[in-house]
Design a protein around this ligand. Structure first.
Ligand code: NAD
Length: 302
């Protein structure tokens, strides 16, 4: 059993807490927003319900997650600290500075950053060698993958220790040789999102159609056979021919007018009630439910 402290109890912070507690670890969570902290237990409960956990087990897992009213409370009696604050370099650096003033120099610190450079995040740290990128996928208590990467100054022992701990939870851990923005998964994901926006801008189809194509074809295939294995399966000669004829037509854009138009109209997606799709009341919970149960149904052993 390891004692974790999580700074930031938002979407990922509370989800990672659930994943760790399910694996038998103790977790303290601190959030700068008292309302977020007050809602923590309720959100944990809903996540466990979505997992279909029996009530007795649920009680045990919930008891392993507690709130820390201050950062100093969080920093006491923990073995590993995880920062899960918003994806902003200034916010992450500020939190790491405040944390380092409260924890021993040898304590590992994991960052949940999705696309920031870990080397940049670690700049200004007293002990940058202890910062490891440990990137979970939402919902972290369902999705097996956790990507682990070093910053330029990270001591490889901290990376190995993070991999061992996460592997010990039954997760599928991949270790990057070096720090690249977006790890592996988000680079693949956003290459695809860029192309989807390009198709919208070219008026080829609407957003619902993009999701239908993904959910009824590639989403299923890639949960069983990855794109590299599939390239071998169909043949590398065919793969090269397809790429040679398609690549000139794929987006290499660095601006995203389809998103700019929606955003300037205040359409931010789920949080504003509309975005690429409509988000009427009830859709948020329905999507969270479908995400959890859908992924569970398609889980395939790697
Ligand atoms: N959303 C995802 O699907 C996803 C997936 C993987 C990784 N991530 C990464 O995880 C991190 C957190 O993302 P999220 O989606 O959970 O964001 P979120 O906005 O849901 O949660 C962030 C939380 O941090 C709190 N916070 C802000 N400043 C703070 C401070 N100084 N001290 C303590 N708490 C503070 C906020 O009140 C909020 O509750 C980001 O780096 C993000 O890129 C997100």
């Amino acid at each position: 059993m390891t004692r974790f402290g999580i700074v930031g109890g938002g979407l990922m912070g509370h989800g990672i807490a659930v994943a760790l507690a399910q694996a038998g670890h103790r977790v303290k969570v601190y959030d700068a927003e008292p309302a977020t902290l007050a809602a923590l237990d309720e959100r944990v409960l809903r996540a466990l319900e979505r997992c279909g956990m029996p009530p007795d087990d649920m009680r045990t897992v919930r008891a392993r997650i507690t709130s820390a009213p201050t950062l100093s409370d969080l920093s006491r009696d923990v073995d590993v600290v995880i920062e899960a604050v918003p994806e902003r370099l200034d916010v992450k650096r500020e939190v790491l500075e405040a944390l380092e003033a409260r924890i021993p120099a040898v304590m590992p610190v994991w960052s949940t950053t999705s696309v920031l450079s870990l080397t940049e995040v670690a700049k200004g740290m007293r002990c940058p060698q202890r910062l490891v990128g440990v990137h979970w996928w939402n919902p972290p208590y369902v999705i097996p993958l956790v990507e682990v990467a070093p910053g330029a100054e990270t001591d490889r022992r901290f990376v190995q220790e993070a991999c061992d701990m996460v592997n010990g939870m039954g997760k599928t851990t991949v270790r990057l040789h070096r720090d690249v923005p977006g790890f592996i998964g988000n680079r693949l994901q956003f290459a695809l999102v860029r192309e989807a926006l390009h198709l919208l801008e070219q008026e080829v189809c609407d957003p619902v159609t993009i999701d239908t194509v993904m959910r009824a074809s590639l989403g299923l295939r890639w949960s069983a056979v990855g794109p590299m294995e599939n390239a071998d399966f169909i043949g590398l000669d065919l793969t090269r021919n397809i790429l040679a004829s398609l690549a000139p037509h794929l987006s290499a854009e660095l601006t995203f007018p389809a998103l700019d138009t929606l955003l300037s109209a205040g359409q931010r997606g789920r949080v504003s009630g509309g975005g690429l799709l409509a988000w009427p009341a009830g859709r948020e919970e329905e999507v969270a439910q479908r995400l959890d149960s859908g992924i569970r149904r398609h889980l395939v052993e790697p």
